[in-house]
Design a protein around this ligand. Structure first.
Ligand SMILES: [Zn+2]
Length: 126
């Protein structure tokens, strides 16, 4: 978390030159309007940078947990788990999410972990 926080502080400083340059270029118009324009330009750029910072550095899986599901692998009914996101593996918008029981989720987690390792070696995104 500290690494992510430090990266975010550095990124925050990168917005300063953009703000300054736009304010210099738009010096002829009222400062409030020039500031709004500068922040709009910064937002268009740094939305993607922030998204990268907050998504790519999460080394732990993001789990979605639901009660009263049927395990996708073994059919057992009860609490279900699924990995919604983990590094390049992203199933957040999955239209047909697959939940697994306590036992099967560990097997699936190992499978996803292996796929992440393979993809990191071949620089292939899921
Ligand atoms: Zn199961």
């Amino acid at each position: 978390m500290l690494k992510k926080y430090m990266l975010y502080l550095v990124r925050w400083q990168l917005s300063t030159p953009i703000l300054a340059i736009v304010l210099i270029i738009l010096a002829a118009i009222p400062t409030v309007i020039a500031t709004i324009a500068a922040n709009l330009i910064g937002g268009l750029i740094f939305f993607w940078v922030d998204r990268f910072i907050f998504r790519s550095l999460s080394k732990e899986p993001l789990w979605e947990i639901r009660d009263d599901i049927v395990c996708y692998d073994c059919g057992k009914q009860g609490r279900g788990y699924r990995i919604a996101e983990w590094l390049g593996y992203n199933r957040r918008q999955d239209s047909n999410p697959q939940f697994r029981c306590e036992v099967c989720k560990d097997i699936k987690m190992q499978d996803v972990k292996n796929r992440i390792k393979c993809n990191q070696k071949s620089v292939k995104i899921f």
